[in-house]
Design a protein around this ligand. Structure first.
Ligand code: ZN
Length: 153
């Protein structure tokens, strides 16, 4: 592994924040060793404890959603026993893609710190064809309405 990048302030590198990113970089290296795209991530809580750390697993898991961020969100949620990860921060070695950014919002992660900047603003992949099946709309929306009415009652 390469030596840590130099910063203007050596104390910045020695901060706990830098420690999380170093762990994420190590996970990225591990991912590369497994033949995955080298991206790593770490979730920590408000007390500084590490809830999860991991890297990309899309190829080994045959899971197109197994980006490093999603991998560690799942681990952290299981460890906490809660699908909401309030008062947590996530360190990731590359700016999250739109899928992961939305997953981080859904998980209520407080702060996301990334190292590398994505080279593109939007996904270079072609968009999916998005179509609505009107015939099923009423039933689908009805299920949701019922669920939230019971939640509020
Ligand atoms: Zn992603």
């Amino acid at each position: 592994m390469k030596p840590p990048p130099t910063t203007d302030s050596p104390t910045e590198w020695l901060s706990p924040q830098a420690g999380y990113m170093l762990l994420a970089l190590m996970e990225a290296t591990e991912a590369a060793n497994r033949g995955e795209v080298p991206i790593g991530a770490v979730v920590s809580d408000a007390q500084g404890r590490i809830l999860a750390q991991g890297g990309n697993q899309t190829r080994s898991d045959l899971d197109p959603t197994a980006h490093a961020e999603v991998v560690v969100l799942r681990q952290a949620a299981r460890r906490r026993g809660d699908h909401r990860l309030l008062d947590t921060q996530l360190h990731v070695t590359l700016q999250p893609c739109p899928m992961c950014l939305e997953a981080l919002r859904q998980a209520r992660v407080t702060t996301v710190v990334y190292a590398g900047q994505r080279l593109w603003e939007h996904s270079p992949l072609p968009p999916c064809s998005l179509q609505q099946e009107k015939a099923s709309e009423e039933v689908a929306v009805g299920l949701l309405s019922q669920f939230f009415q019971q939640k509020r009652a």
